[in-house]
Design a protein around this ligand. Structure first.
Ligand code: ZN
Length: 408
């Protein structure tokens, strides 16, 4: 078993049978070619799990970007909602499914089961999004979004290796964005005596403080724009307005998809018994979206072809996304989840039990068999999650991580 396979087996519940390796091989090859001009050749590998995250593992000199194919399927479903649906309920019904899966991996299987039932109960009434307005366009957008996520992750590894370049870029991006976006926006609002100044200015100041102090966040923003430079067709190839516009939309809405998924994940996570409320988790995503929109506004291939119609289409697409994808989830999902959680809690303190189990397991690995039997009594049993093998591999990964004293 190679390092990537071992890591994935230990940390995720994969469904390897669904992997479409041949399809992704060509995307990986294309990215490796584009990225080689940055003096790096990250390796790519594939997984399929409910986590839906793209991450990098490092073993010695090797850096392997692991892409979760299920993220692409999720993008595709969100794109269907974005382009096709005319009923805001459809987004919420889909969000139940996503939330159910997040609840499973968040250690709340009972809540997950209830949410899964809520999804199944209403999915047959909400199928408008399956009728495509333009299937080829949707498929191209999804493929671009997948490539964007992979390139973004690869750029982290490239940026990390070039320390001086990273420092310079962080400094420049920070100065540029703080001055030319935030400050100038506040000044414009002040000069216009804008009625919303009192709500917007404090929000912007908070975001400025975050952007000014958090290197990791600035790196996220940089990797978004670097990724865009790889995904968007190069000006030398004389791309059409349509091609450039498609790349712009794909990347921008991929980031909004990611933000929305983070929201659903949080709406589930905050139902864990003992959870301490913290509203700051959303700010980095808001800053990242602002930065990307601002960067798109001055990206040379886009600037070269920009027309007023193109800007109008972008505005309309954003409105449509808010109305049919984001708002129904943002405004209704947390209340719905809280309602279901009240039914399954407080008698089931699953997370505490899960944590206790893991702690005990670390101290007494010889007890793994007994622990997993105990676990079966307390959890809704997922045979895969509760199997001896699952605990053994998880235990090995945890021990390896502790031995190395760092994240694998
Ligand atoms: Zn990132």
């Amino acid at each position: 078993m190679g390092p990537a396979a071992a890591y994935l087996a230990a940390t995720r519940r994969e469904m390897p049978a669904f992997l479409a390796r041949d399809h992704y091989r060509s995307i990986f090859d294309g990215l490796q070619t584009s990225l080689s001009s940055y003096g790096a050749t990250p390796e790519f590998d594939l997984t399929y799990s409910a986590e839906r995250t793209c991450e990098t593992i490092r073993t010695g000199e090797r850096q392997i970007v692991i892409y979760d194919q299920y993220l692409g399927q999720t993008f595709n479903q969100l794109n269907r909602l974005h382009f096709n649906t005319t009923d805001p309920r459809e987004a919420r019904v889909y969000a139940y499914k996503v939330a159910a899966e997040f609840a499973q991996i968040d250690g709340q299987p009972r809540l997950g089961a209830v949410l899964a039932m809520a999804h199944v109960a209403s999915r047959d009434d909400t199928i408008g999004h399956r009728k495509d307005t333009d299937v080829a366009h949707r498929m191209r957008i999804t493929a671009l979004q997948e490539a964007y996520v992979m390139a973004h992750e690869a750029f982290h590894t490239i940026v990390e290796r070039q320390v001086a370049w990273r420092e310079q870029m962080l400094r420049d991006a920070r100065a540029d964005f703080l001055k030319n976006f935030y400050l100038s926006a506040i000044i414009r609002l002040e000069e216009a005596n804008h009625p919303d100044l009192d709500t917007i200015a404090p929000m912007y100041l908070k975001q400025m403080e975050l952007f000014g102090s958090d290197d990791a966040l600035v790196e996220e923003c940089l990797c978004d724009t670097l990724s865009m430079s790889v995904i968007c067709p190069h000006p030398d190839r004389n791309p059409s307005i349509g091609q450039v516009e498609e790349a712009r939309d794909a990347i921008f809405f991929a980031l909004r998809h990611l933000r929305l998924l983070a929201f659903v994940r949080h709406a589930v996570h905050e139902r864990r018994p003992g959870f301490v409320a913290n509203d700051d988790w959303l700010d980095p995503y808001l800053v990242r979206t602002q930065f990307l929109r601002w960067a798109l506004g001055q990206f040379p291939p886009l600037l070269a072809l920009r027309t007023p119609e193109m800007l109008t289409r972008f505005e309309l697409a954003q409105e449509r996304y808010s109305k049919f994808v984001e708002d129904p989830i943002l405004f209704e999902l947390p209340t719905a989840i809280a309602g279901y959680a009240n039914k399954v809690y407080p008698e089931a303190h699953e997370r505490e039990l899960g944590d206790a189990l893991t702690d005990a397991l670390l101290q007494h690995p010889e007890q793994a068999q007994r622990m997993s039997q105990l676990g079966e009594k307390f959890f809704i049993t997922d045979p895969e999650l509760m199997s001896q093998e699952f605990y053994d591999t998880r235990l090995r990964a945890l021990k390896a991580r502790m031995d190395e004293g760092k994240d694998v």
